[in-house]
Design a protein around this ligand. Structure first.
Ligand code: NAG
Ligand code: NAG
Ligand code: NAG
Ligand code: NAG
Ligand code: NAG
Ligand code: NAG
Ligand code: NAG
Ligand code: NAG
Ligand code: NAG
Ligand code: NAG
Length: 621
């Protein structure tokens, strides 16, 4: 039977699994796609999902591009739909389940396609990866897509991709991909620096149309064919034989390394120019290049293919001979600065063969050192946002940049330290349910305004452990229970301004419930309890409980029973006095109330040896 059941479960699992499971960690989002389900792109075999679970539902709106630009016969294409962001200065996608310290390739694609029917171009907006500026996206042509690709090392388990309205039109996005990379590839990308793709060219492709990507490239980089009238000067050479790809720094795909170009004229050199002049000034950290070479022909003994590589006339690699059917590469160890990229690959005097090149990558370097908000604060406020479904401009980093702080938050900035959240005002925000314990994780919060919501339940005592809290407004909610002792104590010693008016079910006193109508700020009449009865109460409770247990016949024997049915307990019955300070330690600052009796609260505590005790305190005198 159990085998059968197992089989059924396995079968069900198989049936439920998507037809094309993506490689581990791949996220492929078709932005603006309606509905819940995605589709499989039958060229890359990758499944694309809707963006619903990566962005707040109220952020932006979905659109189709104009049918004029729906050119492909494929039923689903990432460029058919998009999400645009007419409101909010910043809108972000959150990509989760990442491994901190791992490198990822992030790729965003944009195709305007006159989705808004306004045919108004150009459009430009800014793209951020987390809190770091990535690039400015410039859309000039309706039917041509724009690519943004970055390689970054992540420091947290999630990453945000944010579109920021920079006054150049409504931001939009058509597709977003995330691909995990192996950490040793692209050593120039590290915790402090990211790489932004300028160009990635596969020279001499078999067919001049599609980019080579997954599954040919296990990381799904896009290797674009060289464009322009290059074939007038270049011969394409290729092989069907396997090119060895080492488990090395760049790991180009086999299909890219199996093709190359060489000058038609044996005595010519390879010349390649790219204009960097128009490159934006924010790429001030310079560029790096990677070049890939593999000898695809079995050369006779007396021939030599050897060349020297120059960048802008400066020699970068001397007398290089590409390895036969193996992946050779050169790359810039240091970033270079230039307005123009002129690559010359010149045969040496000894060479009997013209130079070849298989592929080229050019990146600019961006700093990724902007300090985001303190991660504990981020985690807490994110959880709060999720729990209450807060619909404000709560996207991206809460405090960074300081021009885009979340509504209702105030942050403290100190140089070379992550900003911290100091004030949280979520009044009039329609918060339902109980007060989240996560508010107590905002360890630096000074002002907390939860007033004018629909909060129910009791006030968590953990709020009293916020060391900097000086103002707490809970008024105009539906809170019940009583005010935790820890908070009352703070009010008593004048360190906290507590407001809790207009919570009809709230007991504002340890003993009795005073419905507090209207007035916002109540004087706290409660005197911090002094007299505390401990061990005797405990013993009394224990004895009472043991008596009951004995009658019940002890099914869940928490205490050992001897043959004759007598209880053996090993509680040191000492007559001991405790100072108030000791009780604070024992009860962990009166954190966990067990209940409330006729005289006041009973708190859970534990003695030095871990013995659990109940601490009862009186509310008056
Ligand atoms: C992809 O799907 C389209 C339409 O469903 C079909 O015409 C085409 O042949 C498929 N291509 C591949 C490579 O399977
Ligand atoms: C996009 O087009 C599909 C049909 O092709 C339609 O069902 C959907 O409503 C359109 N979406 C928008 C936002 O117009
Ligand atoms: C990170 O990479 C940049 C260039 O890509 C380099 O200048 C810097 O020294 C690297 N930092 C570390 C810590 O390796
Ligand atoms: C080949 O290049 C050399 C030197 O650049 C030139 O003199 C020669 O005319 C070229 N040959 C052809 C066929 O283009
Ligand atoms: C490399 O070749 C190009 C074109 O053939 C030539 O203009 C350039 O001067 C050569 N560079 C060197 C350093 O010889
Ligand atoms: C090429 O050289 C190798 C040894 O260096 C020799 O074994 C081989 O026979 C030579 N091939 C030809 C075609 O000369
Ligand atoms: C060219 O060949 C000569 C003779 O074999 C050798 O001395 C010289 O070092 C070679 N030059 C290069 C750049 O390899
Ligand atoms: C709040 O802090 C506790 C204890 O430090 C931790 O276990 C919990 O995960 C935190 N919650 C959030 C949302 O960060
Ligand atoms: C919180 O914001 C509301 C308006 O949204 C304002 O009336 C209230 O004074 C603010 N609270 C604090 C503590 O500043
Ligand atoms: C909160 O409660 C109000 C009404 O009491 C309701 O309309 C709203 O949908 C609730 N919000 C959430 C997030 O459940």
């Amino acid at each position: 039977m159990s085998w059968l059941l197992l089989l059924c479960l396995v079968a069900a699992g198989i049936l439920q699994a998507p037809a094309q499971p993506n490689p581990a960690g791949f996220i492929s989002i078709d932005c603006g796609l309606p509905g819940e389900t995605g589709y499989v792109n039958n060229i890359t075999t990758l499944s694309y999902t809707t963006d619903a679970s990566f962005i707040d539902a109220y952020a932006g709106s979905n659109h189709n591009i104009s049918t004029k630009y729906m050119t492909s016969t494929l039923p689903n294409n990432w460029w058919y739909t998009l999400r645009s962001f007419p409101s909010g200065a910043r809108n972000c996608y959150t990509l989760g389940l990442l491994m901190p310290g791992l490198k990822y390739l992030i790729r965003a694609k944009f195709l305007y396609g006159n989705y808004d029917g306004l045919d108004r171009l150009p459009i430009s907006f800014d793209l951020y990866v987390g809190v770091d500026f990535w690039m400015r996206v410039n859309i000039q042509v309706s039917g041509r897509w724009v690519l943004a690709e970055a390689i970054v090392m992540v420091s947290r388990d999630s990453l945000q991709v944010c579109l920021v309205n920079a006054g150049g039109g409504v931001p939009f996005i058509s597709a977003l991909d995330l691909r995990p990379l192996r950490n040793k590839i692209y050593p120039q990308a590290n915790m402090t620096h990211g790489l932004v793709l300028v160009n990635r060219i596969n020279f001499g492709p078999y067919d001049g149309s599609a980019a080579i990507r997954y599954p040919d490239d296990s990381f799904d980089r896009m290797w674009f064919p060289a464009s322009g009238g290059a074939t007038a000067y270049w011969d394409e050479i290729s092989t069907e034989m396997k090119v060895e790809i080492g488990d090395d720094q760049f790991q180009p795909p086999q299909a890219v390394m199996q093709t190359a170009i060489t000058p038609k004229n044996f005595s010519s050199n390879i010349e390649f120019t790219m204009d960097l002049q128009s490159s934006p000034s924010y790429w001030s950290l310079g560029y790096i290049e990677m070049m890939y070479f593999s000898e695809l022909k079995s050369l006779p003994n007396n021939t030599l293919r050897q060349y020297t590589i120059y960048r802008n006339g400066e020699e970068t690699t001397t007398a290089y001979t590409p390895p036969y059917l193996d992946d050779g590469y050169t790359y810039s160890a240091e970033p270079f600065h230039a307005r123009q990229y002129l690559l010359s690959i010149n045969a040496t005097a000894n060479s009997t063969m013209p130079p070849i090149i298989n592929a080229l990558e050019l990146f600019s370097i961006i700093p990724t050192t902007t300090l985001g908000t303190n991660s504990q604060d981020v985690s807490a406020i994110m959880t709060i946002k999720e729990r209450y479904q807060v619909q404000k401009n709560w996207m991206g980093d809460p405090c960074v940049p300081d021009t885009m702080v979340w509504d209702g938050l105030t942050c403290i900035y100190a140089s070379s330290k992550p900003p911290i959240i100091s004030n949280v005002n979520v009044s009039f925000s329609g918060l339902n349910y109980t007060i989240s314990p996560d508010f107590a994780n905002l360890t630096d919060v000074r002002h907390l305004d939860l007033s004018n919501n629909n909060l129910i339940g009791s006030i968590p005592d953990t709020l009293s452990q916020l060391p900097s809290l000086i103002f707490l407004d809970l008024s105009n909610n539906k809170l019940s229970g009583s005010i935790p002792f820890g908070l009352l104590k703070k009010v008593q010693d004048g360190s906290l301004d507590l407001r809790y008016g207009n919570n009809p079910d709230l007991c504002s006193n340890g003993n009795t419930c005073h419905p507090t109508e209207g007035d916002n700020k109540l004087a706290i009449h409660i005197v911090v309890p002094v007299v505390v009865i401990v061990a005797l109460v405990l013993v009394a409770i224990l004895c009472f409980w043991l008596q009951r247990k004995r009658k019940e016949g002890s099914i869940r024997n928490p205490v050992k029973v001897t043959n004759d049915g007598d209880w053996i307990i090993s509680l040191p019955l000492e007559n001991r006095q405790f100072t108030y300070m000791e009780l604070e330690v024992i009860t962990n600052n009166f954190q966990r109330p067990l209940g409330r009796g006729g005289f006041g609260y009973v708190f859970h505590g534990s003695l030095e040896k871990g013995t659990e005790v109940a601490v009862k305190l009186r509310s008056h005198s």
